[in-house]
Design a protein around this ligand. Structure first.
Ligand code: BJW
Ligand code: ZN
Length: 252
């Protein structure tokens, strides 16, 4: 591991325009469950891949809205972990660093990252399911919902409000996707952290970088489909590996 860290540290220290590409594992040590982790409470019975769809919301808006309310409740109580702080430290050192995240939490921003590119939306940007009008973020409740919760009605057209995230079968926000592809095309190092790399088109972002010759460094406790294209695979939790990587790049 020390040799691998030293090699990844050299790549980071030499980079001028790195991209940090993150997934749910980035926030795992903050206590935010990864997407493919077991669900808790009422939602144990449901497959998240089945809940995160327009069809699920259409069939049972209260079930899906309640799930997202519960997750928002958890994220509000979570704190950025040392991994988030290390990403912010990289950006502070290398001002051209672009952070691209698939996460719908706000822990990068709270950890000090400026304007991450959000590929899959945000838990904090609900909008109308019919007319798209932005809706207020519901206030914080002392307890998470114990079960399904009907969504509020749109102030403009009264249709149900939906979470401002990207569900399966939906297009990614065009501007964010274009910014991500552009950054990956121009970067001189891509650091991928805590993603299973199973969900497309996001999973193609590291491939854009590697096809254009930039080395890819991966941080994940387990292998992923990206292993074979990575210059260095650092097996371990982001909250431990990323601070060590920053120390390896810029000792002292
Ligand atoms: C740690 C750790 C620690 C643990 N430290 N690491 C090509 C091929 C096949 C299928 C498709 C394809 N192109 C499109 C598709 C279909 C589909 C798709 O990809 N399906 C796959 C499941 C096969 N894609 C779509 O539908 C996308 N839309 C689309 O393609 O539209 C086309 C279109 C065109 C024109 C008109 C209309 C449509 C949309 C995808 C949207 C994904 N949305 C979600 C939900 C967001 C809201 C929510 O959170 O509820 O985004 S799904 C979910 O997966 C979420 C995540 O952002 C995303 C990625 O997951 P992530 O982050 O990788 O998390 P996990 O849980 O999978 O992995 C965690 C990792 O962390 C693991 O590896 C752990 O080991 C690791 N880890 N602890 C570091 N401490
Ligand atoms: Zn509306």
């Amino acid at each position: 591991m020390n040799d691998l860290l030293a090699e990844a540290g050299r790549l980071l220290a030499a980079a001028r325009r790195p991209v940090v590409f993150t997934g749910a594992g980035m926030s795992a040590e903050s206590g935010v469950p990864t997407f493919r982790d077991a669900q808790t409470g009422l939602w144990q019975r449901y497959d998240p891949e089945q809940l995160a769809t327009p069809a699920a919301f259409h069939a049972d808006p209260a079930l899906v809205w309640g799930w997202y309310e519960g997750r928002r409740h958890g994220v509000r109580r979570a704190r950025p972990n040392p991994g988030h702080l290390a990403v912010a430290a990289i950006q502070a050192r290398l001002r051209k660093t672009v952070v691209i995240t698939q996460n719908v939490d706000d822990l990068h921003e709270r950890g000090g990252v400026g304007a991450p590119v959000r590929l899959h939306g945000s838990l904090f940007a609900p909008r109308c399911s019919a007319c798209g009008h932005p809706a207020p973020v519901p206030g914080d409740a002392p307890e998470p919902p114990a079960g399904p919760l009907p969504p509020p009605a749109c102030a403009r057209c009264a249709a149900p409000v939906r979470p401002g995230v990207v569900w399966f079968g939906e297009e990614l926000p065009a501007q964010a996707l274009a910014a991500a592809v552009e950054a990956a095309s121009r970067c001189d190092l891509l650091l991928t952290v805590g993603t299973s790399a199973l969900v497309h088109p996001a999973a193609e972002i590291p491939l854009v970088a590697t096809r254009l010759g930039a080395p890819v460094v991966q941080v994940n406790p387990v292998p992923t489909p990206l292993d074979t294209v990575c210059a260095v695979n650092l097996r371990g939790p982001a909250g431990e590996v990323l601070p060590s990587l920053v120390r390896a790049a810029w000792p002292g």
